[in-house]
Design a protein around this ligand. Sequence first.
Ligand code: ADP
Length: 389
Amino acid sequence: MTGWIVAILLLSGLIGLHLGWRRRYRSLELAQTVKPAGLTDALGVTAMFENMAEGVLVTNQKGIIEFANPSFCKLFELADDPKNRTVMEAIRIHEVYELVNLLKQDNQVVQEEIMLPSLNQQFLQVNGVAIRDRNEKYRGAIFVFHDLTRLKRLENLRQEFVANVSHELRTPLSIIKGYVETLLDTETDTESLPHRFLKKIENHSDRLTFLIEDILTLSHLESGDTGLDQREVNVSQLAEGVLEGLHEMADKKKVELKNSVPVNLTLYADSQRLFQALNNLVENGIKYGGACVCVSASQSDGELDLCVEDDGPGIPAEVCDRIFERFFRVDKARSRELGGTGLGLSIVKHITQLHGGTARVESTLGQGASFHLTFPPHKPEAAESQTSG
Ligand code: ADP
């Protein structure tokens, strides 16, 4: 009897063990069939990518596409899944191919704006990041593509609107100025009320003219359709020209102007634009500065630093970062009184950036300000390919 009981218990134990193992095996088998291979699955976000409005692309360590979501295929008008092809084979966009290569070494998130070579001028922003394993070994990269076309169009419309309005305002303003000048010529009594009123109208029309000219310059620079006419420019001679043009203004304010730029220093730049930037800085030095404004320049590792320094009241440290923003003024009333538009430094920054450089200010309140424009070394091949492209 006990033998029977032991046998039944043994049998049911064996059956339980068998069923248990079978269930476990089945689930393992199922897991293997549903577990998609590759990087996207390691991240476990395939389903989320499938439904994103942004294009998503995942490449492996060899730069072969492992995954592309439907939005990516739509953006690049791909008829079939680009999986197992290289980026160049699939979309033929050189900038993306370069990003794939860059990410093999770079651990940062990289960003690039690209224009698709289609007729309807589509703009995309690409953000990419490398995927590395625990040992920092490169496993591939993941890219997100945002369609910027609508934003760009709106931005262009805004720029066009501003440029058109400013342009339309020019003609009536010059007519007003013309009439005011004629009336002023006839009103010889400078103390009379009409003369004083006319003088006020003249001043305000001048301010409006400066503002319109600055807005037009900025929208021109921003639009990017003003190519730079770059050639070797002698910086000392350019600075001399700027100081000569402003010496009358400086004399009136009893400001000394100094040119300390080494005589043989040259910069590959658009001389007219550079003149404008330097002119704005020196003019500000005279307007807001103290007794002396000095232009200097130095070169190290091919980088050229152009500096305009004054010994005036300086700029509060907390606004030094904002000083190049348009319409930003430390003292609004003073700027207006001195005929400022609030756009001068913004123009300086744009011109410097168009040359691939950066603009910054160093200042301690009460101890003057020095504005630095730093330009990268000139690379002839890069510049030539830009002009031919
Ligand atoms: P604005 O037409 O008002 O001069 P800018 O863009 O040229 O416009 O300058 C912005 C503001 O920066 C000025 O309003 C002034 O407050 C300040 N600023 C510019 N240059 C100097 C300087 N050299 N010293 C002190 N403040 C300055």
